[in-house]
Structure formats: C-alpha cells, structure tokens
Design a protein around this ligand. Structure first.
Ligand code: PLP
Length: 462
C-alpha cells in the first residue's frame, strides 16, 4: 500500500490486537548474562526467585527460548479497556519543524495511571491472583508504577502495599491519593516498618529516600509476610516481555499501511518501554530480515548507558535483590537534587544492556532544559501534555527530524510517547519560570560510585 494517505491516528480492530507477547531473548544469539544470587554468586534458581516473585513470572524471567508467550484471556480483556493505544502521525509537529521526515508516536498515556506501566502491572497482578496470593508489595518513585499497580490489584481484588520514595510522597500528594483511591496502602520510604528502612534511616537521618532503597523495603515486606510477593515495574526481563505489547501493536498497525520506520526512539529509565517498543523490530534485525536504527535516550544527569560501566551490580541499595549484569552507574548513585525529568534508576535492563553492548542499539543523553523545551513545543502543536520522561524521546525525535530538514532525507521516525505529565507540574513550573538548570555529573562523581561495584570476578574465583 502507498504511504501517502495515512490517517492522523492508526487504531487496530479488536480482532487485530496481539494475542501473544514477543520474547526478544529467543532471537538473541548471545543472551543477557544470568541473574546471580547475591549470597552465593551462582546463577539464581527458579526456586530461589520463587521466594520473591510469583512462580509464573519467575518462569517468564528465566525463559530465553520461547519466542512467543500467549497473553492470558483475562489480561487481553483488561487490555481492551484502554488498548490499542493510538499510533499517531505527528503531522502538526512535522509542519512546525518544516521537515520532510515522517514522524509517528505510540501514545501510552490514555489510561488513568497515565503511562505504559499498566501493561505489566495487570500481567503481574493476574499471575499473583492465579497463584492464590493475598497481595503484592512494590516501590514507586514518581508514582506511575504504584498507580498502575493499584489499578491492577483492585481489578483482581489483591492487597497492594506501595513503598513510595519519601520526597515524591511529600511532593506528589495527588499520585498518593490516586493509589489510595484504588485501595493501596502507601508508605513513605525509608520507613520504620522494615529492618532495612530502619538501618538506612539510622545511617542517613532525614534522607528523602531513593528507588533502590524503596525496592529493598518492598522486598523485605514481601518476604516477611505470608502470601505476599514482590513486583517490579521496570528493568526485569519479564517486564520487557509484557511491554512488548506496545511494539506488537505498533508493528501490526504500521504493516497495515506499509510503513517501515528507519529510526525507533524511546526514553530509557530501566528500559521497559523502550525494550517493549523495539522488541519485534529488533527481532527482525536479529534474524537478518530488516534493519533499523534504535536510539535509547537518557537524562544527562543519570546516564547509565552512555557513561556507566557494563558489569554485575546490585539492583537495590539494600543489596537484597539478585545481581544483574547491566550498564550501571553503581547502586549508590543518586542523581543531582535538581533533576526533575524522571528516569533516575542507576542501572538498565539486562536485555537492553546486552543489545547495546553488541552494537545493535545506540544511546544518547540529553539535558533537562532541552527536554522541557521539546515537551513544551510538542504540547503546543500536538495537544498532548507529555510526561518529562517521555519528553526525552520527543527531544531526540525532534533533533532527528531537524537533521532531515537539513539533509533533505525523508526518513520515517517512530518514538514512544510513554505518558502524560499532569502530576509533573512543579517541574513544568520550574521550566516556565526559567528556574530549571542542568546538571551533568563529573567523571569523578561517576567513578566514585562505580568504584563501589561488587567485585564478582575476584569473589567467584575464590
Ligand atoms: C516509568 C516511566 C518511564 C521509564 O521507565 P522505563 O522502564 O524505562 O520505560 C518512562 N515514561 C513514563 C511515563 C514512565 O512512567
């Protein structure tokens, strides 16, 4: 089909919706390195992981061979309430930029939680319910994941306990109330309710908390209560698997109109939306069927792919989670306090780390004032108020489109617009008042934190 009459929004019919998730690891010749047990430094077994995660999710976490995994009917039914998410041809943005490039974005903000995180939350809640559990525990930073999980748990009538990074708990009371409205119990982290929380409070009194610290508390809460498991909203391979629904829908919609993207762009925090969006396209690249450029966009103030090291590291500050080989800034890395753009996790998905290490994906970093500049322009021409996280991808897509204007190339650019920014108005306010600044960590600061990485080689050769 010709590429001329593309509607503003490309939707799928219900019968065209994906019925399977795609597991990109099945097509990777060199797989991501295994998770290690932090105590034995041996690859974790399903049994060990089963103390922390639901059984079915453990199986998915360790599954490197099945290319497709059927989406259970109950999850497909839930997806239908807010999916397919629209694939939008950004005609207005193209016109504004005067670019010959064709720009598309997949918008995941069309649900109450306001982001793509619901795609995995509903899957994780479903498997917890199916296992007969009472509830789940988790951490949340800015609050999107906690909100998504609260929605999913209320749908399946599961108890939901959320450890929310203390600064966010105080600065984002509306997110907190959305979670409580869906029935979740929200605790500011670090808290006195866990041993690891008390330890961190003793060491750093008055700390505003961090994601890594909230993870440690949530894991402890899950493993010390009967009938509870821990769930995580990013980074893990199971989460990328669930998020592949984004890429599957995009691919089906694009194929319908004969569109082939040249460049696929996504923001990267822990890597789940980007991994989900690119998975089916990356599969084609890995199988030698097609070629694409993939670009991960991260904040200059938390640059794990572009300036981190590829090594085994802890996923959490409390060092209770399995060790993962990934691009990391070190589990003690804290982005500068002026950082407002999200994407503040110190590490990156093991799958994306390995793909990046093999040269199959590129990564860039962008500074936050330029991110908000792109966000504001996008809001004004395309109507959607984007999340700061998503706006990293907008920045990169705009820069690529401007490059096309200079070279005259008619490239097709696809990016993931992961969510809306209604709860980020303090950050927008700082930008609007001209008070936002940029911060780029020095090499010494990064080295100070990566010097603390666990010394796996010397320990395991003992
Ligand atoms: C959580 C979040 C992200 C970053 O997480 P990934 O796992 O890297 O996708 C990006 N955008 C929004 C709106 C989010 O809520």
């Amino acid at each position: 089909m010709s590429n001329t009459n593309i509607p503003y929004k490309i939707y799928l019919e219900e019968n065209e919706m994906p019925k399977e998730w795609y597991n990109v690891r099945a097509d990777m010749k060199k797989k991501p390195a295994p998770l290690l047990n932090p105590a034995t430094l041996k690859p974790v077994t399903a049994e060990e992981l089963g103390h922390v995660f639901c059984d079915e999710l453990v199986a998915q976490e360790l599954n490197e061979t099945d290319r497709f995994i059927v989406i259970p009917q109950e999850i497909q039914d839930f997806y239908r309430m807010y999916r397919p998410s629209p694939l939008v041809r950004a005609y207005c943005l193209e016109k504004k930029l005067g670019t010959p490039a064709k720009i598309y974005y997949k918008f995941e903000g069309n649900n109450t939680s306001g982001s793509h995180k619901l795609n995995s939350a509903i899957a994780q809640a479903y498997y917890a319910k199916k296992q007969g559990l009472k509830g789940v525990t988790t951490e949340t930073g800015a609050g999107q994941w906690g909100t998504a999980l609260s929605m999913a748990c209320s749908y399946f009538d599961l108890d939901c306990q959320v450890y929310m990074v203390k600064v966010s708990y105080e600065q984002k009371p509306f997110r907190r109330e959305v979670m409580r409205t869906y029935g979740a119990a929200v605790t500011p982290s670090p808290s006195e309710t866990t041993e690891v929380g008390r330890k961190i409070l003793a060491e750093f009194p008055g700390t505003g908390g961090s994601l890594g610290c909230a993870i440690s508390e949530a894991v402890e809460a899950a493993t010390t209560q009967e009938g509870y498991r821990y769930v995580l909203g990013s980074v893990l391979s199971q989460v990328l698997l669930h998020q592949s629904v984004i890429g599957m829908e995009t691919k089906i919609a694009m194929d319908k109109y004969g569109i082939k993207p040249d460049i696929i762009i996504g923001c990267a925090g822990g890597g789940s939306n980007l991994g989900g969006l690119i998975s089916p396209f990356m599969g084609e690249k890995l199988r030698g069927e097609a070629d694409y450029r993939f670009i991960a966009v991260e904040p200059a103030s938390c640059p794990s792919l572009t300036r981190g090291v590829y090594a085994y590291d802890f996923c959490d500050t409390g060092k209770v989670c399995p060790l993962q080989k990934m691009y990391t800034l070190g589990s003690g890395f804290m982005p500068s306090p002026n950082h407002a753009g999200g994407l503040r996790y110190h590490g990156m998905s093991a799958i994306l780390s390995e793909l990046y290490d093999q040269g199959l994906m590129e990564a860039i970093s962008v500074e936050q004032t330029s991110v908000f500049e792109a966000a504001q322009m996008f809001a004004r021409v395309e109507g959607i108020l984007p999340a700061p996280e998503s706006s990293h991808a907008i920045r990169a897509a705009v820069d690529e489109a401007v490059r096309c204007r200079e070279t005259g190339e008619e490239k097709t650019i696809l990016f993931g617009l992961t969510g809306t920014g209604y709860f980020d108005m303090y950050a927008y306010g700082a930008y609007n008042d001209g008070k936002m600044s940029d911060y780029i960590p020095t090499d010494e600061e990064i080295k100070k934190s990566t010097d603390m990485l666990p010394d796996i080689d010397s320990i395991s050769s003992n």
